[in-house]
Design a protein around this ligand. Structure first.
Ligand code: F6P
Length: 531
């Protein structure tokens, strides 16, 4: 199927799913279980050490077969082949989309171009290994000859969220004496309060920016450079052993003053929100060590193989993508929640917000036409059990239905048996209660639990670097599948450009706000009067 003459709404599967959606309100998930003793087994799938139970969904056999047909009738398979082959599927920027090449092995290559690409990646990863090994061994010295103890990663979006999530998730593997700090927001309170706690003699700034042009990142870097001057009397700290640059634009990093041999490069075909596998992940390698970093890559590579090889009906990213499309496009559910029962995955929802909403928040099809169906889901979430004492009330008894991804590790070396049993018991109880519901005692409507609320449960054997890599790659491919079916470009982000341009117009010292709307002018005046 060619994306040029494709629209998902013109497929027979789309029409059939619309017809199924009309009667979906009569379907009860508990009835589906009662009618099919094999349902739990039939609607579950494994990949490596990840196990997905998707049986608690509002999906009949008929709906499931039509969803699979929707995937077949879409350009998904040719689009997937084009991505892995390095074709420029990011059409508005004429770029290949090759984050999977960051975790590929030479034997995965099926062309000389692919072999060269993998060789380049391996070479770039060697720089990550060399730098992280040296820092971890206490051999990377600051300007006064002391070993580095604190890394400040300055970056935003993809140059922040992935490394920050990975370092938190893989805390079990963290270096005992090196602390990681992540600065992203241009809000000066973030960097100023962080720097106050650090010793400049033993601090290394990892300046992470694909483009090396991002306003927030460069302003935070300027503040860090000034801090080194004020505290150590160091001129141009960016040109010292206190700075490394992580970028796909080495020319800009050199012009900025970073020493050439302290620039860790990655290729421009790595999208920002897909870059944790590249040198942008230096802080991860520093924290957990390069060997474990490679395990993370291996987990992602195994998920890449699963995504490429597993039949659609047992393909984990495809399954999760189709369920999301069913809820969003046909049952008209507006949001979806990710709820890890693992405090170390607290940042996963924020990470997935960029991955999913920056990728699929699009209203123009690959044919250049406005779409007439919903695309990107509104994704939100928080960890359990904390969420149970905050928003779960709405999930159980509110007027809306929110499909949920529950995520947990079967075993946790950082916890103990008692805590872990209670944690997982809570997760299982919630997903079950949301599905089964409960009738209200006579005259006590407020105690009515409607139930029939759908969820996936994704179990990891444990939260190892390898399984973490597989988990992130799973969501990357889920987003890709949805983008392919919706026929949109999941790899550009023009939507963030207008705000950036207008912010630039309001940044200078003598700003003329007259060109702005009346509300913005009034707010501008309020700030001027009160600052
Ligand atoms: O928000 C837009 C964006 O371009 C993201 O896609 C990207 O991850 C982020 O800004 C940071 O960009 P850079 O790594 O070039 O500083």
């Amino acid at each position: 199927m060619n994306s040029k003459n494709y629209s998902p709404t013109a497929t027979t599967a789309w029409s059939n799913l619309n017809a199924e959606a009309d009667s979906a309100t009569e379907v009860r998930i508990t009835d589906l279980f009662a009618a099919d003793s094999q349902r739990a087994e039939k609607f579950s799938v494994s990949s490596g050490e990840l196990f997905l139970d998707f049986s608690k969904n509002l999906v009949t056999d008929k709906v499931w077969s039509e969803l699979l047909k929707l995937a077949e009738q879409s350009p998904l398979l040719s689009h997937r082949a084009a991505m892995f082959a390095g074709e420029p599927i990011n059409s508005t920027e004429n770029r290949a989309v090759l984050h999977a090449a960051l975790r590929a092995e030479p034997e995965d290559a099926n062309s000389s171009q692919a072999r060269e690409r993998i060789a380049l990646v391996k070479q770039q990863l060697q720089s990550v290994k060399a730098a992280s090994d040296k820092i971890r061994a206490g051999q990377w010295l600051g300007s006064t000859g002391k070993a580095i103890t604190d890394i400040v990663n300055i970056g935003i979006g993809g140059s922040d969220l992935g490394p920050k999530l990975a370092c938190a998730a893989l805390e079990e593997y963290a270096h005992a004496d090196i602390k990681l700090h992540f600065i992203s927001n241009v809000d000066g309170a973030e960097i100023l309060t962080t720097l106050k706690k650090l010793n400049p003699e033993t601090t290394l700034v990892a300046l992470a920016s694909k483009t090396f042009t991002t306003q927030e990142t460069l302003l935070n870097a300027k503040t860090a450079i000034r801090w080194f001057k004020q505290t150590l009397g160091l001129d141009n700290a960016q040109n010292s052993s206190h700075f490394v640059g992580l970028t796909a634009n080495p020319a800009n990093a050199i012009a900025y003053g970073i020493p050439e041999d302290q620039i860790l490069e990655f290729a421009e075909w790595v999208g920002g929100r897909y870059s944790l596998w590249s040198s942008i992940g230096l802080s991860i390698a520093i924290s957990i060590g390069f060997e474990q970093f490679e395990q993370m890559l291996l987990g992602a590579q195994e998920m890449d193989s699963h995504f490429q090889q597993a039949p659609l009906e047992s393909n984990m990213p495809v399954i999760m993508a189709l369920l999301g499309i069913w809820y969003s496009n046909f049952l008209k559910l507006e949001t979806t929640a990710v709820i890890p029962y693992c405090e170390r995955l607290l940042l996963l929802p924020s990470y997935l917000q960029q991955l999913d909403m920056e990728s699929n928040g699009k209203a123009t099809s690959l044919n250049g036409e406005p779409v007439d169906y919903h695309t990107g889901a509104i994704l939100w979430g928080q960890t359990g059990t904390n969420g149970q004492h905050a928003f779960f009330q709405l999930l159980h008894q509110g007027t809306r239905t929110v499909p949920i991804d529950f995520i947990a590790a079967a075993k946790d070396n950082l916890s103990n048996e008692e805590h872990h049993r209670v944690l997982l018991g809570n997760m299982l109880a919630q997903s079950s209660a949301l599905m089964t519901g409960q009738a209200a005692p006579e005259g006590e409507q407020h105690r009515f639990y409607p139930g029939n609320k759908p969820s996936n449960t994704l179990m990891l054997k444990q939260l190892s670097p390898k399984n973490f890599g597989a988990l992130v790659a799973l969501y990357e491919h889920k987003v890709f599948v949805q983008g392919s079916i919706w026929n949109i470009n999941s790899f550009d982000q023009w939507g963030v450009e207008l705000g950036k341009k207008m912010a630039n117009e309001l940044l200078g010292d003598n700003v003329d706000s007259n060109g702005f709307d009346a509300s913005t002018q009034a707010l501008f005046a309020y700030i001027a009067d009160n600052s």
